[in-house]
Structure formats: structure tokens, C-alpha cells
Ligand binder design. Structure first.
Ligand code: FE2
Length: 210
């Protein structure tokens, strides 16, 4: 698992669990390097910069900062919420992909997919439909709820789903920086290619329901 949702300040730039060229031919090394180095790393740095001014928040976990950001004073909320979302969302995104391409879900996760979506194909079709419908930048998430039901949700910009009640299994980054160098504005092509990269083995481990 790559994400540091339970970690506290100062947050680290976590190493990618694969090489920059490990996602070829679906995502280029140039795109992944730019995504990790320019975007994700910036959010980590900016979040630490923001928190350096607020010692009272330095022992809060990333997850707590996200869940409670709206209760902070306005002057703090924007800085913290935006950058914490940028860190969290990207860590789930990078963790959602693997150098072991074309994996298939199995076991309890596969059973839950069939129960809640009918088939893997239906699930992927729904992810693509939601992804294509997002105007501007955003994310599609596969989550499970407190009843162990799988659900798809979307979030805009750097927003995070309500992670106190929904538990993310994967997320698809639909900001243009995730695909523009490789595919220009062809978001549908990127989504189809991305399906080959889903780290179903890791996702099965995150899904605790029997
Ligand atoms: Fe991104």
C-alpha cells in the first residue's frame, strides 16, 4: 500500500512502487514522471508548507485533515483541504496501478463486483461513463460502504469522497495532466488504456469483506 492516510506532518513524497516506464504502453514514462514529480510532489510540499504555520494541526493524520477540513477557519481550510486532497488522491491513484498489467479481480472482490455491478465489464463501463461525464478535472472512485457494498462515486478538482463513511479501493485521475502528453484530449482512450493497469491484487487486499 502506498498511501499515508494515517501519517502525520511532515508528509513524505512516497516512492512509486514501480519504475516510470513500467506502465508502458498505456501511460508513458514522461507522463508518469511529470505526474509524480511535478504534480504529486508539489502537493506534498505545499501541504507541509501550509501545516508549518499551524503547529496545532501537525499531529493530525492526513485522513483527519481531510475529514475535518471544513471545520477549520476559512483561512486555513483552502490551503489544507486542497493540498491534502492532492496528496491523498494521487497516492490512491498511483496505488491503483501496477506494473503487472491486465490483472483480473478474483475471490471475494469478484463476487462483490458481480453482486453490485453484474459483471466486471459493467463495472468498467460505468467507470468510463462517469469519467467521460466529468466536466473539467476530477476523479472516479470505486469505494465500499459500511455495509460492504461497492459503489462508484466521483469528485471534482481535488475533492475527496466522504472517507469517514466510504472506503476507497481505487481512483482514476481525470485531470488532463494524467494523459494529455500521450493522448491529447482523448480521455476515452486514456480510460480504456488505464483499465489494463488496475492493481486488482492490491485492491483485493484492501477489501476486507467476505
Ligand atoms: Fe493528477
Amino acid at each position: 500500500m502506498m498511501n499515508q492516510s494515517n501519517s502525520t506532518y511532515p508528509f513524505k513524497t512516497l516512492p512509486l512502487p514501480y519504475a516510470y516506464d513500467a506502465l508502458l504502453p498505456y501511460i508513458s514514462a514522461e507522463t508518469l514522471l511529470n505526474h509524480y514529480d511535478a504534480h504529486y510532489s508539489n502537493y506534498v510540499r505545499n501541504l507541509n508548507d501550509a501545516l508549518s504555520k499551524y503547529p496545532d494541526l501537525q499531529d493530525w493524520s492526513l485522513k483527519a485533515l481531510i475529514v475535518y477540513a471544513d471545520s477549520f477557519p476559512n483561512s486555513i481550510t483552502k490551503d489544507i483541504k486542497t493540498n491534502a486532497g492532492g496528496v491523498y488522491n494521487h497516492e490512491i491513484y498511483f496505488q491503483s496501478m501496477s506494473s503487472m498489467h491486465q490483472q483480473k479481480p478474483s475471490g471475494n472482490l469478484l463476487n462483490a463486483i458481480i453482486r453490485d455491478f453484474g459483471s466486471i465489464e459493467n463495472l468498467l463501463f460505468s467507470i468510463k461513463s462517469l469519467g467521460m461525464a466529468i466536466v473539467g478535472s476530477g476523479w472516479v472512485w470505486l469505494v465500499f460502504d459500511t455495509q460492504c457494498r461497492l459503489r462508484l462515486v466521483t469528485s471534482e478538482k481535488l475533492d475527496v469522497p466522504p472517507i469517514s463513511i466510504l472506503f476507497p479501493l481505487l481512483t482514476l485521475d481525470l485531470w488532463e495532466h494524467a494523459y494529455f502528453l500521450d493522448r491529447k484530449s482523448k480521455r476515452g482512450e486514456y480510460i480504456d488504456a488505464w483499465f489494463n493497469l488496475i492493481n486488482w491484487k492490491e485492491i483485493e487486499e484492501l477489501f476486507p469483506c467476505g
